[in-house]
Design a protein around this ligand. Sequence first.
Ligand SMILES: [Zn+2]
Ligand SMILES: [Zn+2]
Length: 369
Amino acid sequence: MPTTISAHVLREPRGTFELVGGIELDDPRPGEVLVRYTSTGLCHTDLFARDVVHQDDFPAAIYGHEGTGVVEAVGAGVTEFAEGDRVMASYTSCGQCRTCLLGKPFNCEQFNDINFALARPDGSYKTTLDGRPVGSSFFGQSSFATHGLVAARDLTKVPAWVAPEDEHLLGPLGCGVQTGAGAILNVLEPGPLDSIVIAGTGAVGLSGLMAAAASGVGTIIAVDIVEERLELARELGATHAINGKDDDQVAQILDLTGGGATHAFDTTGVAPVLTRLVDGLAWGGQLGIVGASPGMTLDLLPVMQLGRRVQGIVEGNSVPRVFIPQLLELRRQGRFPLEKLVRTYPVAELEGAIAATAAGEAVKAVLVH
Ligand SMILES: [Zn+2]
Ligand SMILES: [Zn+2]
């Protein structure tokens, strides 16, 4: 018996998300789990999908990829989840390629193909509307919906001690928050005597900043052009803030760090920002990059000459089932105040949440059912 669901559907590139009922969702196939979403975060990549990925010849599609919810049914062969389990969904990976087998699903060789897909890897669609296919495999979850089918391997169980009133904080852990925090804790790993410059204080940058603060990093410099965000960055542990419009940003970084930062983290994907971050690095310093823009370029001469390193990072190099519980534990200890980033909206107000995010009113918007 298919499940009838409602979802925000995008029908055309750069279009408006339209809340539609009467969509038929398949029964779970082997390895799949039927999840009733209770909330979902809004991530920049959803808007990238709306504006860049979705093509004129695509069928209507459901996006959203920071879903959390409750298991309603499981497909054949799923033994680790049962009806009623609270779960968080994260990105999907093939589980079979060389990098997946090496334990690095964030570098899955199929990552872009399957996370930006409309259909399952075998080409079948999970949802239909009036007999026509509707894409609902975005990041393996398409969570702008009441329900979705998610591969069991992409789900993480919510620890029993997490209070129901905190469940709306969980979805963003599956993408934006693990991207920022993982870049710091899994990749850059700055320590107490280190210094880090974090460019961009959106949800990803501030998650990285909270992780740096939780690591006891002595000098944490936030860079942004929005003064209110820099205020929030200070509240979350930035020791210094630099306005991204200043002409002397590199000089300020060199001054604050005594000659150059040991680490830098870019969430902007803006080429001149990247250049300034490299110029502000110490000898042997490392820059982690999670932001992206078409044609993003960087002069490698100042990287080579000072023995610096530049590292691209996907999903914070996070294995969600291993990493997300760590972030929840840090929050329980009061060292990762995720709630300060989140603002909730009723699920019907997706477009309002997008507008509030664009206006800088919401750092991390979460739609709650
Ligand atoms: Zn793979
Ligand atoms: Zn995302």
